[in-house]
Design a protein around this ligand. Structure first.
Ligand SMILES: [Zn+2]
Length: 204
């Protein structure tokens, strides 16, 4: 019986690295598909450690059940799908993945973040938690600047944490610098970044 497995972790937990490893191991003995959305580099899944593999990049208009069915028609067989950046899929696409598992007997390995910069579950993540056969937290710990376990992603605009805005920021070429930083819950709520060295020196 095929299964829908969901692996979640914060940024820096090595989700893409694990997705690539699973794909690498399975593809030696079986036929599979690697898909992603909004990855660092074009049509590939790439890990922060520098490993990458060619991937199918999907958008909101892609039906993942149709995608898998079409692949079966052209290749004769598909045994598994590895889905990176799954938090960005539509929740309807997660339901399509459920049908891929149940109707096409294809194992699905989905990787994603739990919460956005506002501290809310991504809709696709919520759907994965509701529908997956297995929910696995990736046990690579990321740390806040203070040394505590990092559980939240902070969005910084020109260095200042923000709590409102679009879930996905599209680079519009403006001068506004958007970046993300891992924080513990306390420092995510306080919006407090690492103190500058001068501050530390005056305190110490
Ligand atoms: Zn902290």
């Amino acid at each position: 019986m095929a299964k829908l497995r969901f692996y979640y972790g914060t940024m820096g937990a090595g989700k893409s690295t694990m997705a690539l490893q699973i794909h690498h191991n399975l593809v030696k003995h079986s036929q599979g598909l690697l898909i992603t959305q909004h990855d660092r580099e074009g049509r590939a899944v790439s890990s922060a450690l520098g490993v990458s593999a060619a991937a199918e990049v999907i958008g909101p208009h892609d039906d993942l059940f149709t995608l898998a069915s079409t692949e079966i028609s052209s290749r004769g067989e598909v045994d598994f799908m590895v889905c990176d950046e799954a938090q960005f899929y539509l929740s309807s696409q997660i339901d399509q993945l459920v049908r891929v598992v149940d109707d096409l007997d294809i194992d699905v390995f989905a990787f994603g973040l739990l919460t956005d910069f506002m501290g809310h579950l991504f809709p696709a993540t919520a759907r994965l938690l509701e529908m997956a056969d297995e929910r696995n937290e990736i046990q690579v710990e990321s740390r806040c600047w203070c040394g505590e376990l990092a559980t939240h992603n902070a969005r910084l605009v020109d260095g200042v944490q923000v709590y409102h805005g679009d879930v996905v920021v599209v680079d519009d070429g403006s001068d506004t610098a958007v970046s993300y930083e891992l924080r513990c819950r306390r420092h995510w709520i306080d919006g407090e970044g690492k103190p500058a060295k001068e501050t530390l020196r005056s305190v110490g």
